[in-house]
Ligand binder design. Structure first.
Ligand code: HEM
Length: 278
């Protein structure tokens, strides 16, 4: 992990359109499905049946069993964990990254200021315009994935391309953190390089090279919401404060269910002025 400002592990940042394309569209992570997938197409629950909306409407399936209190508790726990601890981790590591790389912080802030103008609130459409902020959020997800590993139990044997195989019943871990720092997948994986997430560069990569929200049928149901939440919170923070490191208390990575810091996040916040931060 890079640990100081001015580290060589930092790609040059420039806010000018000549150095990063202003026309980049927000790239949806993972499967590229639309937001509110539950409402659009329903989703099988771990307990059978189908969730049909964010308001927990329940349409019984043919083979449906009733939800017990324990089932309901499990679903609520999943949402509380997946929807809360993950974004807390994501926001914390993002703020650490922009404190570590002030050039990128400056570019993100300038972009948000330009989009908001004199307003001190967001329109929904504004979120889609925050292309550079989105690239930096994705790069911080890449270096510090909030969910560093996911686990699966194989329901059938799997044979890999090199001929090795795993038997049914194996408990396996997909190590997202290691994938994102694999130099066979990512050139200079420890460099903070937001341009990895330009539309052009992202399109050249394998679709599963970047999977902070996992992949496949049990990928993150809240990923679009999470990206919006990340953008709103970080944009507001950028407008109000300038972030810098406390070099005596750098975060110590602690991979648990989410990627935490053993000693917390200690950053200096300099107020930029009321409201817009100008
Ligand atoms: C930065 C934020 C987030 C990250 C990095 C993240 C990441 C993930 C990952 C990696 C999984 C797959 C776990 C697995 O395969 O075992 C997952 C599942 C899930 N996420 Fe998220 N998540 C985030 C935010 C959210 C939010 C905001 C919500 C809800 C509002 C949410 C709801 C869920 C749910 C319900 C699942 C389980 C889906 C299933 O099992 O079918 N997540 N998330």
């Amino acid at each position: 992990m890079t640990s100081s400002t001015g580290s060589p592990h930092m790609a040059a940042a420039s806010c000018g359109p000549a150095r990063w394309p202003m026309t980049i569209q927000t790239r949806s992570s993972g499967s590229g499905r639309q937001p509110c997938r539950m409402r659009r197409c329903g989703r099988r629950s771990r307990t059978g049946g189908t969730w049909t909306s964010w308001t927990f409407s329940w349409v019984p399936g043919e083979d449906d069993i009733k939800l017990s209190d324990a089932d309901l508790r499990a679903e609520v726990d999943t949402f509380m964990f997946e929807g809360h601890d993950t974004t807390t981790s994501g926001i914390s590591w993002f703020l650490y990254c922009i404190a570590l790389y002030p050039e990128h912080q400056h570019c993100c802030r300038e972009e948000v200021r330009e989009i908001l103008g004199d307003q001190d609130f967001f329109q929904w459409d504004d979120l889609g315009k925050m292309t550079y902020l989105t690239m930096c959020i994705k790069e911080s997800f890449c270096l510090y994935p909030p969910v560093p590993q996911v686990y699966r139990q194989l329901s059938e044997p799997v044979t890999f391309v090199d001929g090795r195989s795993l038997p049914a019943g194996s408990l396996i871990s997909m190590h997202i953190y290691a994938l994102h720092r694999n130099s066979a997948v990512w050139p200079d994986p420890e460099v903070f390089d937001s341009l990895r997430f330009s539309t052009e560069n992202a399109s050249k990569r394998h679709p599963f090279a970047f999977m902070p929200f996992s992949a496949g049928p049990r990928n993150c149901i809240g990923q679009q919401f999470a990206m919006s939440e990340m953008k709103v919170v970080t944009a507001m923070c950028l407008l109000r404060f300038e972030f810098s490191l406390d070099p005596s208390r750098l975060p110590i990575k602690m991979p648990q269910l989410v990627l935490r810091s053993k000693n917390g996040f200690h950053l200096h916040l300099k107020p930029l002025g009321p409201g817009s931060g100008k």
